[in-house]
Write a protein that binds this ligand. Sequence first.
Ligand code: HEM
Length: 226
Amino acid sequence: MSTATIESSAPTGHRLHPVALRIMHWINAVAIFIMIGSGWKIYNDDAIFGFHFPDAVVIGKWAQYGLQWHFFGMWIFVLNGLAYLSYGIASGRFRQKLFPISLGEILATVGDALRLRLSHDNLTHYNAVQKILYLGVMLIGVLIVISGLALWKPVQFSELADLFGDFQTIRLVHFLCMSAIVAFIVVHVSLALLVPKSLLAMVTGGPTVDEAKPRSTVASPIEATP
Ligand code: HEM
């Protein structure tokens, strides 16, 4: 007797952006806002470059308050970020949405973007530019936390601090990561506003995505071949 394997495929409907993901995304947006505004206040106390951030855009009346806001935001950013990264890896979301990225896909997407022909019809598929931006900002997010830890506790995290060199270099790396995140936000928010349905989807969850996944594998004594 031969055994055949029958795969029953049932649609598994879930929203494009599950509620947990949306909550983490918006918590992250608030945390980043606090981190950047308070970071600029701390920077103003001892500027690296020849400029200061205007009082209107910083958080904290004095540098000490800026520091307190920064530590408050830090816990939210790090804990929420760890939850998001764990969720993305464990649920397979990163694998599905952000990989693979091929050189051909990158060239095609950049070509489309330059000809202003980038399609936004399908919200469920991230194009190569989106994939790179999202993966890139996650890597920068990790680097900004590592450099921040080295700045915060240079003695306890001396191995981390040694990776960068001296204290001023760590400050510079931390500052450059912030600049990259600000650049990401400008592009990211502009794109979200240009394609309002993508913004709405990050609020409401977006369309239901039906992924026909093999649910169960049943061993059956039925002859499979005709
Ligand atoms: C007010 C500010 C923000 C708005 C309006 C916004 C909007 C959006 C929208 C509409 C999406 C849906 C994805 C798409 O269709 O491309 C998205 C996804 C995403 N956003 Fe934002 N965002 C904001 C802030 C941020 C910040 C500060 C970060 C990180 C530094 C960030 C990181 C991401 C990532 C990584 C995704 C992909 C999420 C996933 O699919 O797993 N966003 N955002």
